[in-house]
Structure formats: structure tokens, C-alpha cells
Design a protein around this ligand. Structure first.
Ligand SMILES: N[C@@H](CCC(=O)N[C@@H](CS)C(=O)NCC(=O)O)C(=O)O
Ligand code: FES
Length: 121
């Protein structure tokens, strides 16, 4: 995630809370979905991609301040972390378990903004 000067001036917790508020489906991970830097992040992002909806991600290796702060805010010590509609869903184990149970797909589908939404006249 690119940072501009304004974002750098916000403190880390404010930036994290803003990211969580602005992105209905958000994965904090190591690396990117296309080029993950860890097997846990790779598996988590693959399961999310398999849900077929766009999602946001933050590469915590590029953001050491977020890597340090988010576990305290989330009360969750590791990465990846999946946040949906402002709530922490869990890490790799939970994401894979939910995917295998068929629970991840509807969660993501309901959280994703409707791309084909039309105003009624
Ligand atoms: N069992 C965990 C695996 C994730 C994990 O153990 N992550 C470690 C190694 S990538 C981690 O984030 N450690 C803290 C850090 O690297 O900042 C899960 O379900 O997500
Ligand atoms: S970076 Fe080593 S286990 Fe994730």
C-alpha cells in the first residue's frame, strides 16, 4: 500500500482503524496475493481469491509499524489477519477451515459491495 505524506502524519492506530473501516474485506498479510512472502499468507489469500470477489490487502512487511501495532489492537498475535465488516475473522487456520466448510464464500459475498447495484428509477 502506497503512503502519501498525509497518511504518514496520521498515527499508526488511526491508519489501521481507517483501513478496517473503509474496506469491507481486508487481509493483512505478508507480501501480496500475487506474490505472498509466507505460506500462511499464501494459503489465506488463495482461499479468499477462490471466493471470486475483490478484496483489499495490506502488506505488513512493507508497513513495519502496522505489523507492530495491529496485533495489540486486534488481540491476535500473528498474520495473516482477515477483517470483514470491521471485525476480525481470524488467521490462516480459521480462513481455510471456513473455506472448506463453505462458510467463507457467503461471508465474503455478503460483505462485498454489489458491483451490479442499480438505482431503482
Ligand atoms: N496458525 C496461524 C499461522 C500464522 C502464523 O503463525 N504467523 C506467524 C509467522 S508468519 C506470524 O505472523 N508471526 C508474527 C510476525 O511475523 O509478525 C494462523 O492460523 O494464521
Ligand atoms: S514468514 Fe516465516 S512462517 Fe511466515
Amino acid at each position: 500500500m502506497q503512503e502519501n505524506q498525509t497518511e504518514q502524519n496520521l498515527d499508526t492506530e488511526t491508519r489501521i482503524r481507517q483501513q478496517i473501516a473503509e474496506n469491507p474485506v481486508l487481509l493483512y498479510m505478508k507480501g501480496s496475493p500475487k506474490l505472498p512472502s509466507c505460506g500462511f499468507s499464501a494459503q489465506a489469500s488463495q482461499a479468499l481469491m477462490a471466493c471470486g470477489k475483490p478484496f483489499a490487502y495490506v502488506d505488513i512487511l512493507q508497513n513495519p509499524d502496522i505489523r507492530a501495532e495491529l496485533p495489540k489492537i486486534a488481540n491476535w498475535p500473528t498474520f495473516p489477519q482477515l477483517w470483514v465488516n470491521g471485525e476480525l475473522i481470524g488467521g490462516c487456520d480459521i480462513i481455510l477451515e471456513m473455506f472448506q466448510q463453505g462458510e467463507l464464500q457467503p461471508l465474503i459475498a455478503e460483505a462485498s459491495p454489489e458491483v451490479d447495484e442499480k438505482e431503482s428509477n
